[in-house]
Design a protein around this ligand. Structure first.
Ligand SMILES: Cc1cc2nc3c(=O)[nH]c(=O)nc-3n(C[C@H](O)[C@H](O)[C@H](O)COP(=O)(O)OP(=O)(O)OC[C@H]3O[C@@H](n4cnc5c(N)ncnc54)[C@H](O)[C@@H]3O)c2cc1C
Length: 393
């Protein structure tokens, strides 16, 4: 192998996790981030045991766990009448089966933990204000061009440049992400403003009709992360614009008193529209490969987009360490990751349609399905998802 670094385009959760994973395997990398800092806007993120186990394995687990809230349960409630449809205790049988546990964390804290792990390693170089524009193949390397005219040499390039990946167009060529018709509003609610029924040490997921509301504690439980989504056909390109509180309340005018009490505690909402893509077979081109949302953007309903990016990162490092030829290693990585991530993309759409947004008879069908699930069967259903890499190393 040459001494050239792996070039990573994008310093989000996926890109930084890739750099940490590569360093763990003794492989140098250079992360190019177009923004002026490695930072995340937005609020919380749920981390399943599959991602936490991988973070432990790549050596970032302790830093993440310093900031993680290991919530006690996951709960799906009917947004009309407040009934609990499913309640999964995350401590007892769950913890016995998934030793890495389940937690929630502020996105900025997760990124900081990964950033600190990068800074600690002499094998990771980080560049901000470095927008990767394209790459050219050379016989023994790649050359990545940045917007300010730099030409950087690497053994290969990993496109971790997110949902609107520029590199994806050159690799998969499948156009723009697909609008889901769903708009999401997010804010943080101080714990003392949360209604008592929602001030719980768990992730609460309110279901339908045509809407989905989520809250869980963050920042030492001082605030609650609120993420509320409505299926209103939105197809604009909102990315975090501030909106009046009244707009949010008006959008959720069909929910019951319990969900409405939580919603009305929120102020300072911001709005995003949600997009994903169909799974694609093509993740690589020569010495370039996609990772994270660039490879498999998914709706947020399974809370697994970042978890899959973290799994990708460790899988990528494993293949690059095991295989001398970078192109063959990238092809091996893509082959190992495609099927699992496609399944999670499809699961996320299914959860939107069948679990979180149904109304009327479809909601009754959902209720019957969820209320009939024993804890053991639920844990069995989740095994493929919550076992790192689906159990295939
Ligand atoms: C409402 C919502 C809730 C979610 N909740 C969860 C959850 O609970 N659990 C979970 O696992 N996932 C969740 N996700 C998904 C998760 O946020 C994403 O899957 C994850 O952030 C993807 O990380 P990434 O690094 O691939 O992409 P990004 O986070 O988009 O990072 C891409 C980075 O690349 C940079 N960049 C872009 N283009 C270039 C370029 N040309 N050159 C250099 N840098 C570039 C960007 O500035 C950015 O820093 C949620 C998503 C949404 C929308």
């Amino acid at each position: 192998m040459t001494g050239l670094p792996v070039l990573v385009a994008g310093g989000g959760i996926g890109g930084l996790a890739a750099a940490v994973s590569l360093a763990r395997k003794g492989i140098p990398s250079l992360v190019l981030e177009r923004n002026a800092a490695f930072d995340e806007i937005g609020a919380g993120i749920q981390l399943g045991p599959n991602a936490l186990a991988v973070l432990d394995a790549i050596g970032a687990g302790a830093r993440v766990r310093e900031r993680l809230i290991p919530v006690g349960h996951l709960e799906i409630r009917d947004a009309l009448d407040g009934r609990a449809l499913v309640r999964l205790d995350l401590r007892g049988a769950f913890r016995e089966r998934y030793r890495a546990g389940y937690g929630v964390i502020h996105r900025g804290d997760l990124l900081r933990a990964l950033h600190e792990s990068c800074l600690e390693s002499p094998l990771v170089a980080l560049a901000v204000n470095a927008e990767a524009v394209d790459w050219e193949e050379r016989p023994d390397r790649v050359e990545v061009r940045t917007a300010d005219g730099r030409r950087l040499q690497g053994r290969c390039v990993i496109a971790a440049d997110g949902l609107h990946s520029r590199f994806r167009q050159a690799i998969a060529g499948d156009g723009e992400p697909v609008p889901s018709g769903h708009a999401t509003y997010r804010c943080l609610i101080p714990a003392d403003r949360m209604p008592a029924a929602s001030r719980v040490d768990g992730a609460v997921l309110w279901a339908g009709p045509d809407c989905h509301l989520v809250h869980y504690p963050l920042k030492d439980r001082a605030v609650y992360n609120a993420v509320v989504t409505v299926n209103d056909g939105s197809a604009d390109t909102a990315r975090g614009e501030a909106v009046p509180d009244e707009e949010v309340r008006a959008r959720f005018d069909r929910i019951g008193a319990g969900a409405a009490a939580f919603l009305s505690a929120g102020t300072g909402w911001r709005r995003w529209t949600l997009r994903d893509r169909e799974p694609v077979a093509t993740w690589t081109k020569g010495r370039a490969a996609l990772l994270g949302d660039a490879a498999h953007p998914m709706l947020q309903y399974a809370a697994q987009g970042a978890c899959m990016a973290i799994e990708d990162a460790a899988a990528l490092a494993g293949h690059l360490a095991a295989q001398e030829d970078p192109q063959a290693a990238l092809d091996g990585y893509a082959a190992a990751r495609r099927e699992r991530t496609a399944r999670v993309q499809r699961l996320s759409r299914w959860m939107a349609a069948e679990v979180y947004h149904p109304a009327g008879t479809a909601a009754k069908r959902r209720d019957a399905m969820l209320l009939g699930l024993s804890e053991e069967r639920l844990l069995d259903h989740l095994a493929w998802l919550y076992t790192p890499f689906g159990g295939i190393a």
